[in-house]
Unconditional design. Structure first.
Ligand code: MLT
Length: 266
């Protein structure tokens, strides 16, 4: 059930279903909270409270800024927790949502009881990657989002998903196409200036699940191994027949790994 509430200085749209320990699901770029549909229902049915916001400038959460930093997104999430009276949560982020989760655990360690880092990476962008992001931001602002869908679907989804799961292709395409180019460009610029989280990893002291699609060309398995090797209390789950959108491509495997992890916390 989508709700819209005033959080910090913006209106943050979010879903909040179920009761029990809170799990906050942070979407990737340029997507929205609907990518977590299968996890929200599953977590609610498994006895958890699942909260999925649309991050600033994406989905139904509007923002007029020219750049949205990962730090701002993390602060929006803590403001949402305050509003929902949640002291601690498991923070689960995919790709850009993973950057936000890494910022969040650094800024607000006492508010996190577990981390899930899916299809993400710790190092910052190099100069070439920053340049490409700026070029894409400018192109989105002048042309809209369709070139992003055309250029990225074959990287976001594994060959098996592309061959067998037309509903997943449609959902991912629709999320990209309905993204506000201004919000997407601002997030793209925010990712370009994100800091290098590598040195934070050894001091993460909550249980962490690192998830990656075996066939992810965007954030390959090596990026996840890098985090797993440096986060003391972490486990690594490699999902077969999935690329970047592991939770949508293989929801049963993703949910199973998530549940096993969450149930192990006590
Ligand atoms: C995402 O899925 O959030 C993006 O691929 C992240 C990125 O561009 O670094």
């Amino acid at each position: 059930m989508p709700l819209v509430n005033a959080v910090s200085e913006i209106q943050l749209a979010y879903d909040d279903l179920g009761s029990g320990s809170a799990v906050i699901l942070l979407h990737g770029y340029p997507f929205d909270r609907s990518m977590w549909r299968a996890q929200i229902d599953f977590l609610r049915d498994a006895g958890f409270r699942a909260i999925a916001p649309d991050l600033r400038g994406l989905g139904e959460t509007k923002s007029s800024g020219e750049i949205t930093t990962m730090d701002e997104m993390a602060r929006d999430v803590v403001a949402l927790m305050g509003q929902l009276k949640i002291d601690q949560a498991a923070i689960c982020g995919l790709s850009m949502g993973g950057y936000v989760a890494l910022d969040f655990v650094h800024l607000f360690p006492s508010r996190v009881n577990a981390l899930v880092l899916a299809g993400t990476r710790a190092p910052a962008d190099n100069e070439q990657e920053k340049l490409v992001r700026e070029q894409q931001a400018q192109r989105m602002l002048s042309e809209g989002m369709s070139f992003v869908a055309d250029a990225t679907l074959s990287k976001l989804l594994a060959p098996r998903t592309l061959a067998e799961k037309p509903e997943v292709i449609t959902h991912v395409r629709e999320m990209i196409l309905r993204s506000d180019p201004k919000g997407a460009a601002a997030a793209q610029r925010g990712m370009a200036v994100r800091r290098d989280y590598s040195d934070d990893l050894p001091s993460i002291n909550v249980p962490t699940l690192v998830v990656v699609g075996r066939e992810d060309p965007i954030r390959p398995v090596a990026d996840s191994r890098f985090m797993h090797d440096r986060i003391r209390d972490s486990r690594l789950e490699i999902i077969e027949d999935a690329a970047h959108m592991t939770n949508m491509e293989q929801p049963e495997t993703f949910n199973g790994a998530l549940l096993t992890f969450l149930q192990s916390l006590d």
